[in-house]
Write a protein that binds this ligand. Structure first.
Ligand code: PEP
Ligand code: MG
Length: 321
């Protein structure tokens, strides 16, 4: 198998009917970096910046953050990297941060909420990113955006940092692209507004699924209760890909769904052309997509969504496979 995947590495990730699918990695640590080249991925679709914070014994300094981001960009070479700003809080706790007792941490003070309320933390990170990407493109996305105003606020912070560095004569990125994660259901009802503001979107299916079904992603008692390929989630995903296509804004899916070939086939059927996944999934997902017809998958999924058929899509796709 490994050899078979190796052989695919240099081939284009194209479906039988000629649709190009961008395959990207989810990463977060230096040890992930060799995978960028080894896997033949198009780049890093999700760099989880909180991991550096989680393994540290105190808040990493701006210079330490900058050094990591620079190493990531160097390892990626001319491939693109999408950095996600700190996604701490909820299940991602920092041992050295004053612990706040919250009844529902998943719904609490986390991710962009924390970043906007603690601007010192966010600004240090944005400055580190801008300096690390001097002379090249910088792509940054914000996690857990629940209202478009949060994105506006975060963008204003980025603009302030750019102005600050410019004033001090520091080199800047050639281009800064900003995106939002789609993982809180409220943003589904602000898609037109968010699409008018962003350069790209990235769907975090782990959290989107958790919040759509009100099912804790870490609670084994309930986590398997609903199928990740059931009609409500497929309809939500189709709604996103349709809106993004109409607005001509690229949309990636970067949750665990993209890491399993059958689920990835469903995602292609739902309209995704950019998938970001665990490094080990690139080979199997690529092998799958080179064998399928995206048009056929699209018809199959469209029909399934419309009919809300009794037979689960999972079973339909297995037969198809
Ligand atoms: C997600 O929620 O799907 C996601 C990609 O982010 P994380 O798993 O880090 O919350
Ligand atoms: Mg998430």
């Amino acid at each position: 198998r490994q050899e078979q995947y190796q052989a695919l590495r240099s081939l284009p990730s194209r479906t039988k009917d000629g649709r190009d699918i961008g395959l990207y990695l989810n990463a977060g640590l230096l040890v992930d970096l060799p995978h960028v080249r080894e896997s033949g991925a198009h780049g890093i679709g999700l760099f989880r910046t909180e991991l550096q914070f989680m393994i540290a014994s105190q808040f990493p300094r701006t210079s330490e953050q900058q050094a990591l981001y620079k190493a990531v960009l160097e390892a990626a070479g001319d491939r693109s990297v999408t950095f996600r700003t700190l996604d701490i809080g909820g299940d991602k706790v920092l041992p050295y941060m004053h612990k706040i007792e919250e009844e529902n941490p998943a719904l609490g003070w986390r991710a962009i909420r924390l970043g906007l309320d603690r601007p010192g933390l966010m600004r240090s990170q944005l400055r580190a990113l801008l300096q690390a990407a001097a002379g090249r493109e910088l792509r940054v996305m914000f996690p857990m955006v629940a209202a478009v105003e949060e994105f506006d606020h975060a963008r204003a912070m980025m603009e302030r940092e750019i102005a600050f560095l410019r004033r001090h004569g520091k080199p800047l990125p050639d281009l800064v692209k900003l995106g939002a994660m789609v993982e809180v259901p409220s943003i589904l009802w602000q898609l037109d507004e968010i699409l008018a503001r962003v350069d790209f979107l990235s769907v975090g299916s782990n959290d989107l699924f958790q919040f759509l079904f009100a099912v804790d992603r870490g609670n084994a008692r309930v986590a398997g209760r609903f199928d990740t390929l059931s009609v409500p989630i497929l309809r939500a995903l189709r709604f996103i890909t349709d809106k993004a296509a109409a607005a001509d804004v690229p949309v990636t899916l970067c949750g665990e769904l993209a890491s399993r070939p059958l689920e990835a086939a469903a995602l292609i059927g739902v309209g995704f052309r950019l998938l970001s996944m665990n490094p080990a999934a690139i080979g199997p997902v690529k092998a799958m997509l080179m064998e399928v017809d995206a048009g056929e998958l699209e018809s199959l999924v469209t029909e399934h969504i419309a009919a809300h058929a009794d037979k689960p899509l999972r079973a339909v796709l297995r037969e198809f496979a």
